[in-house]
Structures are given as structure tokens and as C-alpha cells.
Design a protein around this ligand. Structure first.
Ligand SMILES: Nc1ncnc2c1ncn2[C@@H]1O[C@H](COP(=O)(O)OP(=O)(O)OP(=O)(O)O)[C@@H](O)[C@H]1O
Length: 622
């Protein structure tokens, strides 16, 4: 990064610090590659020359509003600039045409009022202080003036402020393209008002964020010829299904479960609900209440928001019935049956939850029981019914809960789209993509691979467009510059998405009945033995490391096969398709003959691969 500066005795520099990340200081002496630095907090540090970065002593005290104006574009310089501005409540900073937002963790209403919106309307980019409105304004103006579709990408780690930023972008676009004096609710109002509904069903408290979105979102705003908003569509992907059945302290399950348990008595009674602590899907974590969230109030607010987005009373009733059913399903436990590898409903308590779940889903209770503890195997000659041991029955139970919940979420998104309405004649659109940033945890699974793969794609987009564009501009303007080095990540993408790559091998493993996560991992080890971007960790039989552009991430292959398979167990499909509740039956429509005969497996990884190319297909990204 940047040009290596001449560091001599007396130079002001930055060195790494274990607690502060970076600390400034002065070079005392240099021996070969060893640099001795007196830091500003009174310590003496010895470090390698390659880890010492020059400090710009002439940097303005309030920082610069565009990082490209920094004398040294290195990590400590960038962080120092952001920190200086943050101290002054300047949360936005440009890097060329990219906006960096630092979460203020406090409401700053003056930044987002109508007066502010008016200021940014039509202002030249860079004329005013960096702001999310300026980004939306460029996207809108270019669309109007040049007829270009645009896409704004909002990325960052969990809790960084993506959802808030997306809301501000939408608000500003609604301000520019909104219609006044239209009867009823306008498209833009509906898009904004759909947020509380999506958040109730798709957000949860995580370690980092009390209201973390557990799905990716692409909002497409359509405009008519005059630049007025004429339609919108929301596409969501990769809802974290595992959260429905498994959570750890201090996280929570999806908000709607707690909202419903805190609903007025007549509602909880109708769904036979009790305290949230009595449900297995919620009490695996000791966190039931969240500071700042009043579940009882949120329940009513969610109902109101559903009214607004066109989900009628009857549909709301059905939605919450399904949510309650998922909770009851989670409380069904199994004991060993008389026969080998068989199971029975554990006790009266479990039977109560089984009965209640079947009442709420309006499906046959015996069939529900059968669907949980047996599995039919279709062979060319006959249909064999196999019993499941208690462990497999639990897995079957959780699979059912996850399927029901994710179908419910998809239904809600679809319903919002229908009620907002699309404009089939729209030729112009602005897309806002709110996507998780790069993730690397202690334990990384299939979800992290999908997320990091998307980020590799986005990184490549930046490499190809932003860096190249900037460099071409410098060359055109004959500015003397040194190449900004960027890491080409095509080889990581090849490893993941190419024919014979990671996703293809995973799909292949999912199709062979005898594959296990061990055989899958072994296949990866042999196939990518000489791949620079792939590492087999020592002493591990199932972990693998991918050398991503942002760092190494070690994935645990354990649940990859299951997580990649998006299939509905045939018994579950038949059971719910036969529900006498039209709403529940509509979540499980009869499959066309063709696909029901063939394998029901559809790969989430491959779908994700397709989605990442669609979402930034031919759109211009910011
Ligand atoms: N511009 C802002 N002004 C005020 N508060 C903000 C702003 N941006 C973020 N926050 C605060 O930070 C919290 C987390 O932000 P947000 O939910 O947008 O993060 P996120 O990046 O979408 O996280 P996740 O990926 O977990 O969904 C918000 O609930 C809000 O309290």
C-alpha cells in the first residue's frame, strides 16, 4: 500500500500496538531492518522495518473528508483519519467514489432531516460533506441523465450499520422520486414500512447486534420515465435457517417468537403458548429479554406494520399460528421404541405439543407423528417404511421446523412484493444490496463460505472497476502515481465456483447417498492438494482452510452436506400439503410431476452462485 517512505532516525511513525491497534512514535535508532521506536505513550518498541509506517505530521487536525487526499494511504493513516473525524461526529468519509460510514451508536437526527435532503439534491458529488445522500443522489442523477441502471452496495460486518444505511438510502430515493398527493400508500412508503415486518421475522439478537439481519437483501426500486418511483421488489437470500432450532447464550432466536409469547393473553391462549422460557427453541439460550426491545409492544407494532403492507387479518392469524406451531414442534421429544432403531413420543408433555402443533397446522396428528419418527424409502419395486432412532427423529423434527419457518419467511417476502407492486414497464432502476461483510469466526460453516464467497465476488468487482477506473483516470490526467497494488482474487473464485471447484464437489457429494462430511473433506484434500488458495490444516480430518483475499478462514466441513441440501423431506411435504388450512397448504404447493420424480435435492451453494452473478449482473455498483 502506498509508496515505501524513507524512514530515518527522528521520523514520526506508526507501529502496531496490541491494545490500540496502532500507536504513533519517533524512531530512535535503526539497525539493519530493526527499528527502535519511542512511542507517544512512553514505551520503547523494537520492530521490523516493514512494520513501521510513516506518520503524516501535516495532516489537518480535523482529518480529510476524502481518503485519497491522505499523504500516506496505509492502514494506520486510514484508521487515524476515521478516528479523528469520528471524534467530531463526522461519521462519513469518502475514498474516491466510495463512502465509508462509521457507526455512531447514537441517533443523529440532524444528519437525516428534510433540510439535509434538500441540500444534497442535485449537488455535485464532493461539493458537500460526505454523506449517504450524496451517494444516492449520484445514482439517481446518472439514472435520469444517462439512462443507466445503478446499484448501491452496502457492506460491512455485523452491527456496522448496513441496515440503517440502507434505510437512509431508501428514504432519500423516496424523497427524490416520491409522489405527492397520491391516494393511499405510495410504493416508497410501503417499501420503508415493510422493514418492521421483515425485521420481526428475519432479525435476531446476536453477540454483536441486538437487531441483526439474518438474511441478505436486494431491494430494487423501479422508476418511470419521469423519474418517479413506479414499483419495487425485495429479494432476500440465505436466511439463517439453523437459528430456528439452535441458539447459544447471549443470542436469541428470531424476534417474532418472543413477540408472540408476549402477545395479549387472548392471543397466547389461542395458540396455547406459555412463557418463552418453556420452549426448547428459545430456552437453549439464557437470553430471553433484550434491553431496548419491548416484545409485547413489538408484537402489536408488527401486527400494525403487517396491516400496512397488505397482510390481512386472516393471513396474520395464519402466520402467527405457524410461528406458534414451530415452537410446539421444538418441544416434541422422543424415547427409544421397542424395536431396534425406532422411537416413540417421549411422554404426555411431548404428546401435548404434538397435538397442539397438528391443531395449529391443521394437519392430521397421526400423520405428523409418522412423519417425525419414520421415513419412507422408495425403491423401484416397493415403498419401504423405515423407523428412525430418537436421534434421527430429533433431526427430522428440526428439519421440519426449519422448513416451515423458511417457507413462511419466503411467503411474507413474496406477499410484500405483491402488495407493493412491480412496474412491468419500468426501464430504469436503482438496486440497493445489503450484504454481510467478510466473516471469520472460531467456527466457520457453510454460511460463512457463502458469505465470504460473495465478498470475494464483490472484491473482484472493486478490483476490476474501481481500481482500474481510478488508475485510468490518473493516467488520463497525467498524474504521477504509483500503482495502487491490489490482490487479484480470481484464483480464489476459481477454487470456489469453477467447474470441479468447491461448490461443484459439494453438490456431487450431496448426490451420492453414501457421502459423509469426511469423504467430502478427503475429496477436497486430494483435488486441491496443489492449490495455493487451499490448505489442509495439520491434524484435521474434516477442516479445510481457504486463503481468502481478506485472510485465511478455516471451515468445518461437518454440516456442509446437510446445509447445502435444500430439500423437503417427502413426508413433511405431503403432510403439510394436505393441511386443511389453505395458508399452510400454500406454503407447500404440490410439486410438478417432473421434479417430484427426480431428486428433490437443490443445491443452496449453486443457487447462491447464480444469485451473486444476477445481483451485480449489468448494474453499475457504488
Ligand atoms: N447512521 C446511524 N445512526 C444512528 N445509529 C446507527 C447508525 N448506523 C447504525 N446505527 C446503530 O447501530 C445498530 C446496528 O446497525 P445495523 O443493524 O444497521 O447493522 P448491520 O450492519 O445491518 O448489522 P447486521 O449485519 O447484524 O444486520 C443499529 O441498531 C443502530 O442502533
Amino acid at each position: 500500500m502506498g509508496t515505501p517512505a524513507n524512514i530515518i532516525v527522528g521520523s514520526h511513525v506508526w507501529v502496531e500496538d496490541p491494545t490500540l491497534a496502532w500507536i504513533d512514535g519517533e524512531v530512535l535508532s535503526i539497525k539493519n531492518n530493526e527499528v527502535h521506536v519511542q512511542t507517544s505513550n512512553g514505551k520503547k518498541v523494537t520492530t521490523d522495518r516493514s512494520k513501521v509506517f510513516p506518520k503524516d505530521m501535516e495532516a489537518p487536525p480535523g482529518g480529510v473528508d476524502d481518503m485519497t487526499r491522505l499523504s500516506y494511504l496505509h492502514e494506520p493513516g486510514v484508521l487515524q483519519n476515521l478516528a479523528t473525524r469520528y471524534e467530531l461526529n463526522e461519521i462519513y468519509t469518502y475514498t474516491g467514489s466510495i463512502l465509508i460510514a462509521v457507526n455512531p451508536f447514537q441517533r443523529l437526527p440532524h444528519l437525516y432531516d428534510t433540510h439535509m435532503m434538500e441540500q444534497y439534491k442535485g449537488a455535485d458529488f464532493g461539493e458537500l460533506s460526505p454523506h449517504v445522500f450524496a451517494i444516492a443522489d449520484v445514482a439517481y442523477r446518472e439514472m435520469i441523465n444517462e439512462g443507466k441502471n445503478n446499484s448501491i452496495l452496502v457492506s460491512g460486518e455485523s452491527g456496522a450499520g448496513k441496515t440503517e444505511t440502507t434505510k437512509m438510502l431508501m428514504r432519500y430515493l423516496a424523497h427524490l422520486g416520491g409522489r405527492s398527493g397520491v391516494e393511499g400508500r405510495t410504493v416508497e412508503q410501503q417499501v420503508l414500512e415493510s422493514n418492521p415486518v421483515l425485521e420481526a421475522f428475519g432479525n435476531a439478537k446476536t453477540v454483536r447486534n441486538n437487531n441483526s439481519s439474518r438474511f441478505g437483501k436486494f431491494v430494487e426500486i423501479q422508476f418511470d420515465k419521469t423519474g418517479r418511483i413506479s414499483g419495487a421488489a425485495i429479494r432476500t437470500y440465505l436466511l439463517e435457517r439453523s437459528r430456528v432450532c439452535q441458539i447459544n447464550t447471549p443470542e436469541r432466536n428470531y424476534h417474532c417468537f418472543y413477540f408472540l409469547c408476549a402477545a395479549p393473553h387472548e392471543d397466547t391462549q389461542r395458540y396455547k403458548l406459555a412463557d418463552a422460557r418453556s420452549f426448547h427453541y428459545l430456552n437453549q439460550s439464557s437470553c430471553i429479554e433484550v434491553e431496548g426491545i419491548n416484545d409485547a409492544e413489538e408484537y402489536l407494532a408488527t401486527r400494525r406494520a403487517m396491516d400496512i403492507v397488505g397482510i390481512n387479518e386472516e393471513e396474520q392469524e395464519a402466520i402467527f399460528r405457524v410461528v406458534a406451531a414451530v415452537l410446539h414442534i421444538g418441544n416434541i421429544n422422543f424415547a427409544k421404541g421397542k424395536e431396534v432403531d425406532s422411537s416413540v413420543i417421549q411422554d404426555d408433555n411431548s404428546r401435548f405439543h404434538l397435538n397442539t402443533a397438528s391443531e395449529l397446522l391443521e394437519c392430521d396428528c397421526n400423520n405428523l407423528e409418522k412423519a417425525l419418527i419414520t421415513r419412507e424409502i422408495v425403491t423401484p419395486e416397493e415403498i419401504i417404511t423405515r423407523t428412525l432412532d430418537p436421534e434421527s427423529a430429533l433431526a427430522s423434527r428440526d428439519a421440519l421446523a426449519k422448513t416451515i419457518y423458511s417457507r413462511l419467511f419466503d411467503w411474507i417476502v413474496e406477499k410484500i412484493n405483491v402488495s407493493i407492486g412491480q412496474d412491468p414497464n419500468s426501464k430504469q432502476l436503482i438496486g440497493v444490496l445489503d450484504i454481510y461483510g467478510f466473516e471469520s469466526f472460531k467456527i466457520n460453516s457453510f454460511e460463512q463460505l457463502c458469505i465470504n464467497y460473495t465478498n470475494e465476488k464483490l472484491q473482484q468487482h472493486f478490483n476490476q472497476h474501481v481500481f482500474k477506473m481510478e488508475q485510468e483516470e490518473y493516467t488520463r490526467e497525467e498524474i504521477n502515481w504509483s500503482y495502487i497494488e491490489f490482490v487479484d482474487n480470481q484464483d480464489v473464485l476459481d477454487l470456489i465456483e469453477k467447474k470441479g471447484g468447491l461448490i461443484a464437489l459439494l453438490d456431487e457429494a450431496c448426490m451420492f447417498p453414501r457421502s459423509t462430511h469426511e469423504t467430502f473433506a478427503q475429496k477436497l484434500y486430494t483435488t486441491f492438494k496443489n492449490n495455493k488458495r487451499f490448505v489442509k490444516p495439520k491434524l484435521s480430518r474434516t477442516d479445510f482452510t481457504v486463503v481468502h483475499y481478506a485472510g485465511d478462514v478455516t471451515y468445518q466441513a461437518d454440516h456442509f452436506l446437510d446445509k447445502n441440501k435444500d430439500y423437503v423431506v417427502a413426508e413433511h411435504q405431503d403432510l403439510l400439503n394436505a393441511s386443511s388450512c389453505p395458508f399452510v397448504a400454500s406454503l407447500f404447493p404440490t410439486l410438478p410431476e417432473e421434479s417430484s420424480k427426480s431428486s428433490k435435492f437443490s443445491s443452496i451453494g449453486s443457487r447462491f452462485k447464480a444469485a451473486t452473478s444476477v445481483s451485480h449482473g449489468d448494474l453499475e455498483l457504488y
